[in-house]
Write a protein that binds this ligand. Sequence first.
Ligand code: ZN
Length: 975
Amino acid sequence: MDFGKIEEKWQERWEKAHLFEANPDSRPKYYLTVAYPYPNAPQHIGHARTYTLADVHARYMRMKGNNTLLPMAFHYTGTPILAMSKRVVSGDEELINIMKDLYGVPAEVLKMFNDPVNIARFFHRDLKLGMKEMGYSIDWRREFTTIDPTYSKFIEWQFHRLSSKGLITKGAHPIGWCPSCRNPVGQHDTLHDVEPEIDEFTAIKFDLDGVSIPTATLRPETIFGVTNIWVNPEAKYVEIEVKGERMIVGSRGAEKLRGQMAEVSMIRELSGSELIGKYVTNPVNCKKIPVLPAGFVDPDNATGIVMSVPAHAPYDLLALKDLKNNSGELSKYGIADAVSSVVPVPVVTMRPSSQSESTSSPPDSEIPAQEVVNRLKVKDQFDPKAEEATKELYQKEFHTARMRPDTGRYAGMPVSKAKDIVKKDLVSAGKAFPFYEIINGPVYCRCGSEVIVNLLSDQWFINYGDESWKEVVRGYLKEMSLVPEELRQEFINVVEWLKEKACARRSGLGTPLPWDKDWIIESLSDSTIYMAYYTISRVIHEKCVDASLLDDAAFNYIFLGEGDPAALKINSSTAEEMRKEFLYFYPLDSRHSGRDLVPNHLTFFIFNHLAIFPRALWPKQIAVNGSVLMDGKKMSKSMGNIIPLRKAITIYGADTLRVSILSASELLQDADFSDSLARSVRSKLQEFFCFSTQYAGAEMLDSYKGSLEAIDRWLLSRVQNAISQATCSMECLRAREAIQTAFYSLQQDILWYLRRSEESGAKARSIIKYVVETIIKIMAPFAPHMCEELWEAFGHEGFVSAAAWPEVNSSLIDISAEVSEDFLKGAVGDTAEIVKVTGLAPTKIFYYVSPSWKWDIYLKLLSLLDQGSDPKALIRDAMKDPAVRARGAESAKFISSISQCAVSMSKDQRTKLLSSERLDELACLKTASQFLSRYFKCQVEAYSSESPAYDPKGRAGSSSPLRPAIYVEGSPCSE
Ligand SMILES: [Zn+2]
């Protein structure tokens, strides 16, 4: 079979039939979207995972009878495309080679990349072709780009709405900033797509003869316990002047201050060692404390100088201990006396504040850092466990400790509260200033410069820190469907830490901020509610609606029902059509995305919907998937292990890729793609295709309904099982599980059926046809092209993509047939194992089935478990039954031999056994004896173990229900 030809054929037919175009009608609707792509590179296999899962979801919902809409657009907004264009213009070899070799951009097209829009258009076309070649069931009539004038009007409306609700703010806020591009930097602007995380430190100023030594800390409340400050003697420091004040900081610290404060002028450079041994003054208590050397101080981190609180900071405690033992350092700097006089001063305590405490020098047990260092056995400041000790103590003290009585007006205050108050007091007294630092750094801009923190004074923000907005989001998050469920906590955490988000840039493609046209709305801010725009974009295209007609009044009517449609600039019937279409498809039923968008896009998506639309139109679900690895490694340009999607389609075919990517792992795990995986999936699809076409001409099953044998009923019952399991898997988007159940397990069942059924006549062919058609329907969302081809071969009119998802036919469920066949399969497996272990060529096989008293006990145990009996008390509970007790020791021995097996049985299996008639094992084996003889190529006998006609080795007694005792006679194998 030629995958390529089949795929092309069906993609054409779908398009001709307008199969995936969804218009409002009387059917229930299902509306899902997936994050639109940036057209700045071709998509690769990693991108295909999210899009394929969304398409599979759409196809499934369509087969379930929903009028399903999956639209697509292209996100031109932002600076990456602009930056790329600049790099091409400047002749950047690396990028030009990637464009030519990896992306296949022809030389004449590359020449036009001086215009960033041409870059976007080129990759837009490439991405769209890739999506079509993958067979995605997209309604392309709704396609748009984010620089379309009509879309810009929509974004203007969104920003006016946010602004009217007071959610847009302007001011000085710390943001990630590229000093070369002179632009704010978010996740999409960085080299490895990392969101710069900014934390606010407090830089407390210690005085050294009129020069400030700022030390940055996250625990300003511990200022009362500072015993010394740390400087790295090997590092370079600078003396600078900041707003008329002289300061000493690490050399990178000066650049950082420049981003965050006004003027910084350089006075001189100095070495850290120059400061060692000097004394500085603590601004809160005027105590003189020494400056000491420490290797753990990173001069590039924050101000490059650290205050030492050995009672509460394990690193400080360890560094002091290390220094005390380092006689070389002590004599080199002449600091032996200074070091020996340092005593840890505790500041906070876990004890309830009511207890009185002494303020004199406390014992070891009162030094929390000492306690945790001892307990975790941390050796020195370079021991990785020092980090663990620090985190643990920080958490514990933050949540439970209070300030000690000797901390003045802060005494008795919880640490979580004192922290903020101490900081506020120090800052307003001019003894400290806020210092912002990127805590997951170094983070690099796509241009290569290291990202720093900038306090922009006239920056525009969407205020995700607004408490009342957060409260609404918190409430709605509780009821929103999140797939998989374990994401909920991740979202809750993001909502908590989210603050103002810079929403506009000085450059880039996109929509200018409507009230301040020097700013362009950035990409994570113009992509939060565009799902609503898809519902009207078809009408905009078909009626050629001019952007100038789409003012705020028009959108207020279309999306919010406000105002009179007759009073709009736009034709009222057009406006009404858009409103109708929006109300039909909204709310959004499911939003698909990769996991990396949880902390930004997906959370912004929730916030903005809740702020702008009425409650009934809020999105119902978010579905998130993990990423794709290539041969177990992360895909990256530098590793050279990226396969562009369209190239992969020509190598493997779209259906193979779709099934490979989705069967490689469950939702949140990384899917490991490899050439061998794709090859194996392709051959499985091919085998299925060839096998199933043999049954295309078989008669319908209905003609044989009256003459079904046990084995027929077994297979048909297995199919019902598979339908219900696969449906359940699809409801939670567990694609791997659905493929496993419907494709792999059912084919195994067909093979078993072919072995077991005595004849391969017309009836068997009909039954297999029924199974195969069920597989085709369940696999249609995953391998739609192959399934369409088979559907046609089986003589069906219309598309399998539009066929009904299979439903369980309860009249075909036959639990007794399943129990009996499971039993036989188990017996065959056990026998084969014995034959293998003994190495005999069997001449005769004997089975001994359990007597009815063993079955009585067995079922008793299962029903006890079903009623919720404690597995540990199972034997005792069972022995309460007089009938069981009557057999005394024999019962007890038997129970203990099988109780483990009963306990570990799945609930499904247990229910099956309890709800079906008791299995007649002897009859089952006798009926199957011909099959067993054929299978093992020897004679087969079955006896009740109570009166076996032949049992030379006394095996009969070891039988248990569903596990007959087996005895094999044979000759040593000749091979
Ligand atoms: Zn840059």
